[in-house]
Design a protein around this ligand. Structure first.
Ligand SMILES: Nc1nc2c(ncn2[C@@H]2O[C@H](COP(=O)(O)OP(=O)(O)OP(=O)(O)O)[C@@H](O)[C@H]2O)c(=O)[nH]1
Ligand SMILES: [Mg+2]
Length: 346
């Protein structure tokens, strides 16, 4: 999964990037687009790895891109560089400044920044959708295709993001190549001074975030980056001082998985214990294709053990002996934490 950090110059994107990735990219203005990979912590994988002692243990990963803002840009922080970078992300994280930045004149106004960013995305999308409509009409596109873009244009004209379309209509797969921005899942990180780290998101901002079909979380990036660099024992104590119970990375991942409706399933064995990220509701055969296309093509059945059941019995054999191993067909919708073994024949 790829998540792009975007927003106004000086909102703390690079600080958030360092916080999440554990890297130490210099903060301050500008810089290059950077990428950093984060392993999604998962205690279930830790445990499975202890049980199977595999040659390799693979966690789910998120790749973050830190996209510098443009100084003085009133355009929602979207530079040309940012626009290019945004277009191939699976989700966007808008970092909103809610702290006094001594090198910026403007007092923090996260609600105004959110709206500026949104407006900029809407305008960029309108341009694309109108171009599509023009060309579609000239080249005799199907009525259905035209209708689809008309529907999008109507939404955008009203300032409504394309992501508000019902899932069936949204159909992300077919939108992929168009480079739209408001169809992208959006996470809004309110970046605050440490003295306000544990206060909830202000009501008006929370409401606006919900209206935009986005998910919000509160961070205090500078101090949380310092805390993230400490050992696990110290982390808990320092977080508690801020009134927090969970690390920023854990909060971020939970929010992102919730927003994107993602779950994990696992494969286990002596070779590898591995987490796979899928959208909730993905069927067994399709999920098998994530592992290898042969497994999807030659899919026969899936043997499934929910993680909790495995944990209760302690080994695959014990699960089998207790009659708790399930055999599922291709249309089985995987649940979070399912351990899956695919039977296939090609
Ligand atoms: N007080 C406070 N300062 C912060 C916080 N987060 C970032 N800063 C400071 O704000 C300044 C800008 O932070 P950056 O992370 O470089 O901001 P940016 O969004 O990456 O900026 P550009 O790359 O220019 O777009 C730095 O001096 C940070 O130390 C925070 O949570 N609280
Ligand atoms: Mg930066």
């Amino acid at each position: 999964m790829r998540i792009g950090l975007v927003g106004f110059a000086g909102s703390g994107k690079t600080t958030v990037f360092n916080l999440l990735t554990g890297l130490k990219v210099p903060v301050g203005f500008g810089g290059e687009v950077r990428m950093g990979t984060v392993r999604v912590p998962d205690q279930r994988i830790d445990r499975l790895s202890r049980v199977f002692s595999p040659r390799k243990t693979t966690y789910a990963e998120i790749v973050f891109s830190d996209v510098p803002g443009e100084r003085g840009a009133e355009k929602g922080g979207l530079s040309r560089k940012a626009l290019q970078q945004i277009r191939d992300q699976d989700a966007l994280c808008l970092v909103l400044r809610d702290f006094d930045n001594p090198s910026l004149e403007r007092a923090p106004n996260p609600l105004a920044d959110l709206d500026a960013f949104h407006t900029e995305c809407v305008l960029a999308d309108l341009e694309i959708v109108e171009r599509k409509l023009d060309r579609g009409r000239k080249e005799g596109a199907s009525a259905r295709e035209l209708e689809r873009f008309e529907r999008m244009k109507a939404l955008l004209d009203d300032g409504i993001p394309i992501r508000s379309l019902p899932a069936a209509e949204l159909d992300r797969a077919t939108l992929k190549g168009f480079g739209l921005l408001t169809d992208r899942p959006l996470l809004v990180a309110l970046n605050r001074n440490e003295d306000r780290a544990s206060l909830p998101m202000p009501e008006v901002l929370a409401r606006r975030i919900a209206e935009l079909g986005a998910a919000g979380l509160v961070l205090s990036a500078s101090v949380e980056a310092e805390i993230a660099a400490l050992g696990p024992a110290d982390q808990a104590a320092f977080l508690a001082d801020l009134g927090l119970t969970e690390s920023a990375l854990a909060r971020f991942i939970r929010t992102a998985y919730g927003l994107l409706d993602l779950i994990s399933f696992f494969t286990v064995g002596e070779d590898e214990v591995r987490a796979w990220t899928i959208t909730r509701g993905t069927r067994a055969q399709q999920a098998a294709g994530k592992i290898h296309s042969d497994l999807e093509r030659g899919f026969i059945r899936a043997e499934v053990i929910p993680y909790e059941v495995f944990n209760q019995y302690g080994s695959e054999q014990a699960v089998k002996d207790a009659g708790r191993l399930r055999v599922e067909g291709k249309d089985y919708g995987l649940a979070d934490g399912d351990i899956m073994h695919v039977r296939f024949n090609v």
